[in-house]
Write a protein that binds this ligand. Structure first.
Ligand code: PMV
Length: 324
């Protein structure tokens, strides 16, 4: 096969990945756990062609910037190496959700690319190998390969650092209501952000408790315990943003409406509406609740000044091939 198409969902981390022990291999400083977001997706087609003079990339209908092509080519190089080919490829990719604003588009992008490119090159990688390959493009992409609720283990070697599913999507009808506050591309993306993590005096403290928080989050998922998940998820989120705010240079991703949403969720919880929040490297706020409360959460989020719209997603499936 010289052409293949794949679909992957972005994911939202409950316990965050921030900082690498090896930047080049994207070996994370700590393990992380996330949920794939059903309904939000990247679709990517890769076609290897011996007639091409260079790799080409179309993103959301337009020719991509040179830096984006270079990042895709770096992953294609890994695939070419594995498959023993030197053919260039034409890559077409589109998202059905805003890119670059804290809805981790790089997670679904590199999971879909790893699968489409490896299949187009004739490789049949198992889930662990695919997750490792996706990790090289974007760390969080390793977690968009398996289904549902997914854990990515930190390790010292390429071989040992990949993601596995801890529960299927059907395990828990949790819904992520995403308060979209900005759809603009962020000034400092996560690839440039990770190397700054160790410049924060707080990173060591964050890492010290990360494995314990991950165990708590995993248990809360397995027991479908939203209050327990919300507590550890918000703590972990505050710790990551504290590291970001105190790195050199500092990264301040929150906007005033982000803070308004955080306060609102805490107030709703005090009134008895169970929900918890987390933010990635951007101003948008992900609010997790039971499916039964998701319509109420979305209606309330929509009334907060500065919230432009609300996207909703339940737990999503794995990266998979499709017929384009
Ligand atoms: O995969 P990257 O390099 O885009 O990093 C993702 C970092 C966060 O989204 C902030 C946290 C996470 O674990 O997804």
């Amino acid at each position: 096969m010289s052409t293949a198409s794949a679909i992957a969902h972005p994911n939202i981390a409950f316990i965050k990945y921030w900082g690498n022990r090896d930047q080049a291999l994207r070996l994370p400083s700590n393990s992380s756990i996330s949920m794939n977001l059903d309904g939000l997706e990247t679709r990517t087609t890769v076609r290897f062609d011996s007639q091409l003079a260079a790799d080409a990339l179309q993103l959301n209908g337009s020719a991509a910037a040179p830096a984006q092509v270079a990042r895709v080519s770096a992953m294609l190089d890994l695939v070419r190496q594995l498959a023993g080919t030197s053919d260039f490829a034409e890559v077409t990719s589109s998202n059905n959700f805003p890119s670059g604003s804290g809805i981790a588009s790089s997670s679904s992008a590199f999971a879909a690319l790893a699968l489409a490119a490896s299949a187009a090159a004739g490789l049949q990688l198992d889930e662990a190998a695919l997750s490792r390959l996706a990790r090289r493009g974007s760390g969080s992409a390793s977690r968009s390969v398996p289904a549902g609720f997914v854990e990515w283990r930190a390790a010292d070697t390429d071989e040992d650092s990949f993601a596995v599913s801890v529960a299927a999507p059907e395990h828990w009808d949790l819904v992520d209501s995403i308060a979209v506050i900005s759809e603009e591309h962020k000034a400092v993306g996560s690839t440039a952000g990770h190397p700054l993590a160790d410049t924060s005096p707080l990173q060591a403290a964050r890492l010290h408790g990360a494995e314990g928080r991950l165990a708590q989050a995993r248990q809360a998922i397995l027991e479908r315990d939203l209050p327990a998940l919300a507590a550890v998820m918000e703590l972990d989120n505050h710790l990551m943003h504290a590291v970001m705010m105190t790195s050199s240079p500092p990264l301040l991703y929150w906007q005033p409406p982000s803070l308004a949403v955080m306060h609102a969720v805490a107030a709703w919880r005090a009134e008895g509406l169970q929900a918890g929040y987390t933010l990635d490297a951007g101003p948008n706020v992900h609010v997790l609740s039971a499916a039964a409360n998701a319509a109420e959460v979305a209606a309330r989020l929509g009334k907060i000044p500065g919230v432009q719209r609300v996207l909703q997603a339940g737990a999503g499936g794995p990266a998979r091939l499709f017929e384009a």
